[in-house]
Design a protein around this ligand. Sequence first.
Ligand SMILES: [Zn+2]
Length: 250
Amino acid sequence: MVGTYDLHYYQIDQIKRVRIVRRSDGCYVQFCIQADRNVDIQPAGKTIELDVGLSAFYTDSNGLKVDNPRHLRKSEKALKRLQKRVSRKKKGSNNRKRAVKKLGRKHLKVSRQRKDHAVKQALCVVKSNDFVAFEKLQIRNMVKNRRLAKSISDAGWSQFTQWLEYFGKVYGRIVVSVPPQYTSQNCSECGEVVKKSLSMRTHICKCGCVLDRDHNAAINILDKALKQAGYQLSTVGHTETHNAWEPLRW
Ligand SMILES: [Zn+2]
């Protein structure tokens, strides 16, 4: 058996479940193992608030944008071509079976690329911040909007947030999700509601606050997250404030 982890390292009674999974490039055996995974790392002294949007994979409260991986879109042409090949082949023929296999492998590759990106981004965010806040998106509702559906499922956001929460536990970081109400509509300076359609990318408020839409939302998300944790943004500030909520940890 060829594996990614050395199974001999674990006791037999730690193996809780074994599952055989068939993918288009072969069969896999998954071992579900009970193990405590805790990694001690130094406090990073930083906080981060993420807003996942359509124009970027996420935007953080410092204004940094991480680009969307458009694996699916890039591979779309290839997928279409392979799909066409399948439908041209005679039903039940060996040629068709072969074409189906090729198509399945391409889909598999795209989904692996998507997962890989989500895991790497999440690990990077958790390792370099003590406090991570993000917006809990109602992705299922958003996918109903057909125009957005492709970008949303392509970005793999739900995977990303799941990995954020997982790595948060592993590395002992605080990961908070915030309900999404009005985070993009309210002004992060004065709290006034500034109505925006999805296509409006800049937040412009009467109070003079002009910010990128996602940046504004990210600051609002931090505000909410700290309020949930019992702190006010005004007493904490945005950055270099880890001491303010140090007692919160553990
Ligand atoms: Zn304002």
